[in-house]
Ligand binder design. Sequence first.
Ligand code: IMP
Ligand code: MG
Length: 189
Amino acid sequence: MASSIIIPDGYPFEGAHLEEVISPKEIQDRISQIGRDISKKYKGKIPIIIGVLNGAFLFMADLVRHLDIEFEVDFLKIDSYGDSTKSSGTVRLLKDISADITGRDVIIIEDIVDTGLSLTFLKHRMEEASPKSLAFASFLYKPEVAKHDFPIDWVGFEIDERFYIGYGLDLKQIFRGLPGIYALNEENT
Ligand code: IMP
Ligand code: MG
């Protein structure tokens, strides 16, 4: 059942309302569909699945458990938001992958595509290493703001321009453990 949380005193954005927009059940149903689709597409292959830290860690953990193919995992970390709720406009690579992806099938796992800047940065960065194929899965997608000139292969849910937290996504590094997705209603702050 949809629920709403008021951020308690002492936390960032205290008093702001968090409105549940995607339930844990909806999340798991959608991820199982994406998992089936990825398994079909990569049947007989062993893709390297690369999670973008920190936000994508729960999506990736749940997604791989819906795969019935073999796969490798790796991680990288980038930052474009700092602790803000707006993109800074530049992307920094904070941790690189350790796998050699040359000639491999690569799937990048993102938590959310907002401006599309991180996604475009990742595409260029990965292509420098000449993978055999490169695909993208993003749990959330903001179609009204996202700008990129290539397709995203799997999108969990399309959402509006508000700021979203939970299920791996943070507000100043906290609230990543909320089991559903919540929208931050900033007019209450
Ligand atoms: P982009 O480069 O603007 O597409 O932003 C990508 C990154 O910004 C995401 O991977 C998130 O880490 C962060 N981000 C963008 N929108 C949100 C949001 O609504 N909630 C939490 N993090 C967000
Ligand atoms: Mg991210």
